[in-house]
Design a protein around this ligand. Structure first.
Ligand code: ADP
Ligand code: ADP
Length: 228
């Protein structure tokens, strides 16, 4: 589904963030990128939806080389969830989730209906939370809204950068479990970044371990990695 071949990224200031990266993600698979801070995980994620252009190598999605594609069009098929979710503070929760479908020309009624359903899907009762504003929700709840918003355009692929990083450990484990269930149910292909090895082993179908210098040290199932 997603294939990175010989991908490298050197920033304009000469920083080598990623080197000679080969990575493949199957449809419906959840692959976790894990490793210490600064080893190129976020850069890799952002190259997949072309928020960052790779310096070398190719990135394919469904067999298409995406480096030649219109990035705006590409991102319609890729949901993106980050730690700083950036909900619009002056818009109600339901409106936050409707934004992207409206942008893509969906009718207001359809977008609203879907947003309400998605809030329920991520565990936020829409009657209770739909008309609230972001600051009235806890960190964990805001993160759920972020996931709902990323799912609103029904993308086959989700990219997640430290999605549970901002919540306390107990809520975090609950969100991990719930997200895994949701991901299986919806059949999404997910690439997720974390610096937390426990989270990686817990969630990943396969785990890509990055090392300092932006190289892939290991790539395999949690069982394979733990056997080493
Ligand atoms: P990680 O997500 O693993 O913490 P990043 O991909 O954010 O790592 O960063 C990899 C390396 O690239 C780091 O050395 C970081 O400082 C550097 N880097 C990230 N973004 C930029 C940028 N816009 N310009 C220059 N260097 C950057
Ligand atoms: P979580 O387990 O998701 O982190 P919290 O323990 O932070 O949730 O919050 C518990 C309850 O308090 C939630 O139902 C949430 O809606 C409510 N709450 C949290 N912050 C606020 C706020 N600023 N205004 C109103 N309600 C809040």
């Amino acid at each position: 589904m997603i294939r990175l071949s010989g991908v490298g990224k050197t920033y304009d200031d000469g920083t080598v963030a990623v080197q000679e990266l080969d990575l493949d993600v199957s449809a419906g698979e959840l692959v976790v990128l894990v490793g210490p801070s600064g080893c190129g995980k976020s850069t890799t994620l952002k190259m997949i939806n072309r928020l960052i252009e790779p310096t070398t190598g190719t990135i394919e999605i469904d067999g298409r080389d995406v480096t030649g594609e219109d990035p705006v069009k590409l991102r319609r098929g890729i949901g993106y969830v980050i730690q700083q979710i950036g909900l619009f503070p002056h818009q109600k929760i339901v409106t936050n989730v409707m934004t992207v479908p409206l942008l893509y020309g969906e009718s207001k009624a359809t977008a609203r209906q879907r947003a309400l359903e998605l809030l329920d899907t991520v565990g936020l009762d829409h009657e209770t939370y739909g008309d609230r504003y972001p600051h009235q929700l806890s960190g964990g709840q805001q993160q759920r809204v972020g996931v709902a918003r990323a799912l609103a355009a029904n993308p086959p692929v989700l990219l997640m950068d430290e999605p549970f990083g901002a919540v306390d450990p107990v809520v975090r484990v609950r969100l991990q479990d719930e997200f895994l269930r949701l991901q299986r149910e919806l059949g999404k292909t997910v690439v997720m970044v974390t610096h937390d090895i426990d989270e990686a082993v817990r969630m990943g179908d396969r785990v890509a371990v990055f090392a300092v210098g932006g190289r892939l040290a290991q790539f395999g199932t949690p069982a394979e990695l733990l056997a080493h």
